[in-house]
Design a protein around this ligand. Sequence first.
Ligand SMILES: [Fe+2]
Length: 261
Amino acid sequence: MTEYVARVPDANGFIDYPPAEHAVWNTLMTRQLKVLEGRACQEYLDGIEQLGLPHERIPQLGEVNKVLAATTGWQVARVPALIPFQTFFELLANKQFPVATFIRSEQELDYLQEPDIFHEVFGHCPLLTNPWFAEFTHTYGKLGLSATKEQRVYLARLYWMTIEFGLVDTPQGRRIYGGGILSSPRETVYSLSSAPEHQLFDALDAMRTPYRIDILQPLYFVLPSLKRLFDLAHEDLMALVQLGMQLGLHAPKFPAKIKAA
Ligand SMILES: [Fe+2]
């Protein structure tokens, strides 16, 4: 499915990326920091500052772990490119965020079949320093671990509409906190434009909203504040999953995939 192979650390846990891969990181980070101004939520920007991510090279996971351990007790865990749902939930339930240690090629700066280290570390790790976001992600992992296959699909939609593609209202205006948006310059600009729909966040609606991973999202859910994630982590989400399963999916807001001839 993919030509990308995760790099393996040496005996000291150090991953030696070639210069061309560091250059891709530098290009992505420089470009994205510019476009995030006035668009990313403050908690994310605070996390960027705390992590102190290098601009000129791909960070080592150990560097990220030092900061995450000191802030919320989270860690990043090195994984091969693709992991099963079960492993994903096990990791999150143990406050470990999976990171595949490969980076997209220069030819694919904007297109990505699978999440790479830029998406995971630049997109998600800054908010893992935030206690509200960290708590929600942890709860999600624990719920997913004990959920059935069918329940997991509803939880996965909630994850998609929050951790990956969530927006949030702040005193400064509407901002982005979803890592899927924050690691994509195109979606960063598009998500806050008038092109897509914005809906006030509702957990049940989010779970019932179908999505496609290969297009810009037609609809984004907006939290009233980032703290809503912490409150959500302490609500009965599995009862909502059950209700969602009874009610079924909303009609998709995207066109059906065109079948190859
Ligand atoms: Fe992600």
